[in-house]
Design a binder for this molecule. Structure first.
Ligand SMILES: Cc1ncc(COP(=O)(O)O)c(C=O)c1O
Length: 472
């Protein structure tokens, strides 16, 4: 079974194939060119150009193969929502570097801010000195989020690590709660919270974390129906975990994604977050919103938690925050983020180039009325996907907020169908639209927020062609 589920499916298939041939699981040394061989075997390597083939072959031999790539795209340059590969082929980008390029590729305002900072200086060690760009960015983040303090780092996982440390430091407690299907990162603290795919966790140690059920209504883990369920899943924290497994007096924080991202683009009902918020408040436990994927206007408002009218004690941002440059941030109020100098820091946090890019991107998105635009475009995409659902029974569920939309691919008995899902992704790639998997069997649509209606129409036509090729 393990070989059939998840985004590692392609690599697992390769392992299985080799196992069937040789009767043994091969050592990593023998498995170096796994991606290349696999892409060759499934005919994908022939559809990319010669330069792409050459680069992939070299990559597979000398760069760690621990990331699972769904198809052989070798990028060269990009503008707006179009990516051009090294052989000059153009692809429609419905991925945005995993919800990063919200302001679009090569956004002129972001580029101008980067070039202007580049001419002055790139890095100062903001943990040791002061500088204006990170301060200007902090002002903008405070204005957009209504928190009063900002901590900078370089990535999503680091923002989550910072939140774990702040929660431990503040409460003097050392246990956490998060949710099944959650993804909070892959370093050891954030990985303890992550509960998406066993491949990500096996053999690695954890901080003690108890997992609770998320409101995954399409496949209710408690086999109940919304709304008659009364959001029993959220109540588990109080009814089960706090009574039997982990005392609230030992719990530093509950970590939650506003929408689960890597775990399947799962949108909970509003009451779910309200109930989790209430339980945290009643039990004096901190609530941390991991907005790494949902933040920066991806779902409409600056923070996705605003959709649920819930305010977390701490929010984590990264991905789109840097508009393509690495930066992460943890936001909280000053009475919570009042830890003393020396307790936490890093080398690159508040990097000058990344801060300049981030500020330009946020100002651009704010000015372009992104909040309303993504809601309209998102409704339009969902409507078209729901029309497709009528013709393609393999589309089990269409869900999402703003431009964070998931389609769950299923078998006729509604069970997950990762094999079909991966075929659809590869056919879509042949049609020159980039999509990514998430969860056990879902496809994510998270284009740049500047995508045009025409591009969306074209992309969905291509998606339909891919569905037709794979069959109903
Ligand atoms: C919700 C969420 N948290 C944390 C992370 C980790 O971010 P990074 O890959 O920048 O470490 C991700 C990445 O996908 C994410 O989606």
């Amino acid at each position: 079974m393990m070989f059939e589920i998840g985004e590692e499916y392609i690599l697992d298939q390769e392992k299985l194939r080799r196992f069937e041939k040789t009767g043994r699981i091969e050592s990593p040394e023998n498995n170096l060119a796994a991606d290349f061989d696999l892409f060759k075997e499934i005919g994908l390597i022939d559809i990319v150009g010669p330069k792409a083939r050459e680069i992939i072959e070299q990559d597979c031999n000398i760069v760690s193969a621990c990331a699972a790539r769904p198809y052989p795209l070798v990028v060269d340059r990009a503008k707006g929502s179009i990516i051009t590969d090294v052989d000059g082929r153009e692809y429609l980008d419905f991925v945005a570097g995993i919800a990063v390029m919200n302001a679009g590729h090569s956004n002129p305002e972001v580029n101008a801010a980067i070039f202007s900072q580049l001419e002055k200086m790139t890095h100062c060690g903001y943990g040791d000195f002061f500088a204006e760009p990170p301060v200007k960015l902090a002002k903008k983040l405070i204005e957009l989020s209504a928190y009063s303090k900002v901590f900078y780092c370089n990535s999503g996982t680091e923002a989550v690590e910072a939140a774990i440390k702040l929660a431990f430091w503040k409460t003097k407690r050392q246990n956490l709660i998060s949710f099944y299907n959650a993804f909070h990162g892959r370093t050891l603290g954030s990985l303890s919270l992550t509960c998406s795919k066993i491949r990500q966790k096996e053999h690695f140690p954890s901080i003690r974390t108890v997992h609770s059920h998320y409101a995954y209504c399409y496949r209710c883990p408690l086999k109940l129906e919304y709304p008659s369920c009364g959001i029993e899943c959220a109540k588990e924290i109080e009814n089960l975990i706090f009574r039997r497994e982990l005392s609230p007096d030992d719990t530093a924080a509950v970590f939650v994604e506003p929408l689960q991202g890597e775990g399947g683009y799962i949108v909970p009902p509003t009451e779910f977050h309200k109930e989790v918020r209430k339980i945290c408040t009643d039990n004096d436990v901190l609530l941390v919103a991991d907005e790494v994927q949902t933040g920066c206007f991806r779902t409409g408002p600056f923070l996705a938690m605003e959709n649920f009218e819930v305010r977390a004690d701490i929010s984590c941002l990264a991905k789109a925050l840097g508009a393509g440059l690495p930066i992460g941030a943890m936001l909280a109020d000053s009475d919570l983020m009042n830890w003393p100098p020396g307790v936490h820091s890093n080398t690159f946090g508040g990097n000058l180039l990344a801060s300049a890019a981030s500020l330009a991107s946020l100002e651009f998105l704010e000015r372009e009325n992104t909040q309303n635009r993504v809601k309209e475009l998102g409704s339009h995409i969902k409507q078209r996907l729901r029309e497709l659902q009528e013709n393609f029974p393999c589309i089990g569920d269409v869900r999402g907020l703003g431009l964070m939309i998931g389609v769950e691919i299923v078998k006729s008995d509604k069970s997950v169908d990762p094999i079909r899902r991966d075929k659809i992704l590869r056919e879509a790639f042949k049609e020159r639209i980039l999509l990514l998997p998430c969860g056990d069997s879902a496809i994510r649509f998270c284009p740049p927020l500047v995508i045009t209606e025409d591009e969306i129409g074209l992309g969905l036509d291509k998606f339909e062609k891919a569905l037709n090729k794979v069959g109903k």
